[in-house]
Design a protein. Structure first.
Length: 210
């Protein structure tokens, strides 16, 4: 009888020990599981935000490239374009978005050439490009034609991270301040012919390519 009682106590102690080990293991694994959960959530949210930033740049470039039927686009037209294009960022905030749109021209064949900024326009929190040769740009493939005119939309939007995780630094296009950037060149779809066989748009307060 005593032997049976001793075996029962031994089994009970073993069961209690096993439960304690399981609790310790769970406590060790839980932070890792939570980190993975938060990381995957943040990463997926960041990818969605970056995609919307790219769509914003494409929308601005496309709408601007159509012009407004005027020799020089009206400031009101550009204001409407930028405001409506920002809607693609929904449900992310758009108040911090910086947008610079420029009308560029190619003087030679464009191969290895720096484009010329003919006119530029920016949101109130941004700075328009200076008129003249853009030393930090290259004429992209498909635009390397003498006299070519095209539009370049450059967008910078801060990303409101939920958890502020370092995993954000592995996302292409993000810096340590969690800012996404997108630059999209776009062929002119409207505008007028001025000093080239290609149409061009002239942004508010700007002049046609010389």
């Amino acid at each position: 009888m005593h032997a049976i009682i001793r075996r029962h106590r031994t089994v009970s102690r073993f069961r209690d020990d096993a439960r304690g080990v399981a609790a310790i293991e769970f406590a060790l694994i839980l932070p890792v599981m939570l980190a993975l959960l938060f990381g995957v959530t943040e990463f997926g949210r960041a990818i969605d935000h970056y995609r919307r930033v790219t769509l914003l740049a494409r929308a601005v470039a496309d709408l601007t490239s159509q012009g407004d039927g005027q020799a020089t686009m009206l400031a009101a037209t550009m204001t409407d374009i930028l405001a409506s294009a920002k809607l693609v960022l929904t449900p992310f905030p758009s108040s911090g978005a910086t947008i610079v749109v420029s009308a560029l021209g190619v003087t030679a064949d464009g191969v290895g050439q720096l484009p010329r900024v003919c006119s530029s326009y920016a949101t109130s929190n941004g700075t328009a490009r200076a008129v003249g040769t853009a030393s930090d740009l290259k004429v992209p493939e498909g635009f390397q034609l003498a006299g070519m005119r095209y539009v370049l939309a450059e967008v910078s939007v801060p990303y409101p991270a939920l958890f502020g995780s370092n995993v954000m630094r592995f996302v292409s296009g993000a810096n340590n301040q969690f800012t996404f950037r997108s630059s999209v060149p776009w062929p002119v779809r409207g505008g007028q012919t001025v000093k080239s066989t290609y149409n061009e748009v002239v942004l508010p307060n700007g002049k046609a390519c010389s």
